[in-house]
Design a protein around this ligand. Structure first.
Ligand code: ATP
Length: 261
């Protein structure tokens, strides 16, 4: 289990972003983390993977545990070695490197022995990357770059994979491919924490889901229950009586409902 307990995070020592976030990701599950822009989803991921420092953020209290082992605030490389890898928002591949060089870069925390065999396993999962192994990553399409970013994270053989908006800006057909891929990665034994604005996609494959608002978890339930929840439908699935409700309306809606801000 990957666990976050009562996490508080600040940026530049003043901006309190996570205000007591707790969540768990079982290794056999896919967990969705939903929330409007600025809710603190990316910050939660950065806190788990040790990447707050570079953004002038820090954990002020709370804990991050992997299989009961404390990794709170540890060095990013140690966290990867402990079994947690992240795919950042925006498919940050090394554009000037080939596909294979990008994948090999994902294995930098691992011993050399075994990397070639693992590369073969990743190519098996992504035949498209195998076909393009010598091509520069910058020439791939958006969907292919997303696959490469996921493949690179898998090169560290993580027990948990954290994905930040993998469907962002991709065509529906490509989103489906990414979704199927996430399911296969999970079936192969990797727990997934999935941040998505595309709640319909996330909840269609997740076992459990959390909704984050203003740095607090406001809903925590099995994914099927969240998908059936009328508030979630209205805001995150756009199925409400008022038609497609934008996330910007969330504040007004919450006030109307009397939810805490
Ligand atoms: P989005 O869906 O827009 O990516 P999010 O839920 O992932 O949103 P975060 O990126 O975690 O939200 O941001 C949460 C809040 O923290 C926002 O108000 C944002 O402006 C602020 N924030 C993020 N990074 C920094 C930073 N490096 N310094 C100061 N404030 C930051």
């Amino acid at each position: 289990m990957l666990e976050v307990r009562d996490l508080h995070v600040v940026y530049e020592d003043v901006i309190l972003v996570c205000r007591g976030v707790s969540l768990s990701v079982p290794q056999h599950g896919i967990v969705a983390l939903l929330g409007a822009n600025g809710a603190g989803k990316t910050t939660t991921l950065r806190a788990i993977t040790g990447l707050l420092d570079v953004h002038r953020g820090r954990i002020t209290s709370g804990r991050v545990l992997i299989h009961d082992r404390e990794i709170t605030g540890a060095d990013p490389a140690r966290i990867v070695a402990a079994g947690v890898s992240q795919v950042m928002e925006g498919r940050r591949v090394f554009a000037g490197f080939t596909v294979e060089e990008n994948l090999r870069a994902g294995a930098h925390t691992r011993k050399r022995a075994g990397v070639a065999a693992h590369l073969d396993r990743v190519y098996e999962m992504f035949p498209l990357l195998a076909q393009r192994r010598t091509q520069r990553a910058g020439l791939l399409s958006g969907g292919e770059q997303q696959m490469l970013a996921i493949g690179r994270a898998l090169m560290a053989e993580p027990r948990y994979l954290l994905l930040d908006e993998p469907s962002l800006g991709l065509a529906p057909r490509v989103v489906e491919q990414i979704r199927d891929l996430i399911v296969r990665i999970n079936e192969a034994g990797t727990g997934v924490l999935l941040i998505e604005q595309n709640a319909a996609m996330a909840l269609s494959i997740a076992t459990h889901g959390y909704v984050l608002e203003h740095g607090r978890i406001v809903l925590d339930a099995p994914a099927a229950e969240l998908a059936a929840n009328s508030d979630i439908q209205e805001f995150y699935l756009g199925l409400g009586a008022e038609g497609h409700v934008s996330l910007r309306d969330l504040k007004h809606y919450k006030r109307r409902k009397g939810w805490a801000a």
